[in-house]
Design a protein around this ligand. Structure first.
Ligand code: ADP
Length: 290
């Protein structure tokens, strides 16, 4: 099993389940509410840890009751939090999620009032023993420095970058990582198309590395370094219950397979299977049994 470091967010998710998405200015009552730990990288690590990998989180948290809840949750999944930077100012990043019970869609309003994990924080981590480092595509200037350090001093460590949202200069990182994990949301903002393969071929101009893109209910696509377009269909569960974190789970499935030296086509299928399973259940517990 691999030793994996994830750099990015852990958040507090306040999830209201509603019976149908409300119209603007409506007042509706939620069917239920959950307050749980979320965050893209944290979700990915929680899945990877259940798949048997040794996981470490590098990110920022606040030393208050919510922050302690986040840390306790990561700890319960045996994720190493030694490199978490604890702030006494600010508040935990919070996602206000409206989960539509009818189709599992999740609409998110995010609030952030906390400094990002930076290069100085990253340098405190002894990365010698990591096999893989997964980065959330945010805080681009600092991530660029982290990637440069990994490439210069530890060229054997494999790297992946989650590219979920369009951010200024995020494309400057594309040639610096071994595996790029795009969201459909990013793809459709980058080039107005329903053709994932066309999107990946456009990205090829910026990076010669492995390009992967989740495509919601239609599964996922990849463009490998030998220029093959790969595809896996999704594996719809009997009912779509909760799609929050489907992309993060997909990313965990990809990293899990690749850490086991499986090829990218197998990884794509594994990512889709585990992400589809996640869509059929609340939260992330028990995803290791596909
Ligand atoms: P996100 O919106 O979280 O970034 P996606 O919606 O692209 O992520 O979904 C990621 C993966 O989850 C997809 O590649 C697919 O395998 C699975 N998935 C998502 N939605 C469905 C669905 N409705 N049915 C089955 N699988 C799904």
């Amino acid at each position: 099993m691999a030793n994996i470091l994830g750099i990015g967010n852990a958040t507090l998710d306040i999830i209201n389940t509603v019976d149908g998405y409300p119209a603007e200015n409506d007042e509706v009552r939620s069917i239920s509410q959950r307050i749980v730990r979320g965050g893209n990288v944290a979700n990915t690590l929680v899945v990877l840890s259940q798949l048997g990998h040794d996981c470490t989180w590098g990110g920022v948290c606040v030393n208050d009751l919510f922050g302690q809840q986040i840390i306790a949750d990561l700890d319960s999944y045996a994720i190493n939090i030694d490199y978490c930077k604890l702030e006494s100012q600010g508040s935990v990043p919070t996602s206000y999620v409206t989960l539509n019970k009818r189709n599992g869609s999740r609409t998110i309003v995010h609030h952030r009032n906390l400094p990002e994990y930076n290069f100085t924080d990253f340098k405190t981590i002894d990365i010698t023993d990591f096999d893989w480092i997964h980065f959330e595509g945010r805080n681009i200037i600092e991530i660029a420095k982290m990637l440069a350090r990994v490439r210069e001093k530890y060229p054997n460590i494999l790297t992946s970058l989650e590219v979920e949202k369009p951010r200024i200069n995020i494309d400057s990182l594309f040639s610096q990582v071994d595996f790029l994990l795009f969201s459909k949301f990013f793809a459709k903002n980058y080039i107005p198309t329903d053709d994932a393969a066309l999107f990946l071929q456009n990205i090829r101009k910026l990076s010669a590395n492995n390009l992967i893109c989740a495509w919601g209910a239609d599964g996922a696509y990849a463009l490998d370094t030998a220029e093959n377009i790969l595809y896996s269909n999704a594996y719809p569960p009997s009912q779509i219950i909760d799609t929050l974190g489907a992309g993060d789970t997909f990313n965990a499935g990809i990293i899990d397979s690749l850490c086991k030296q499986q090829d990218l086509a197998i990884a794509l299928e594994h990512g889709c299977k585990i992400a589809s399973k996640k869509c059929g259940q609340i939260g992330f517990k028990g995803l290791q049994i596909i």
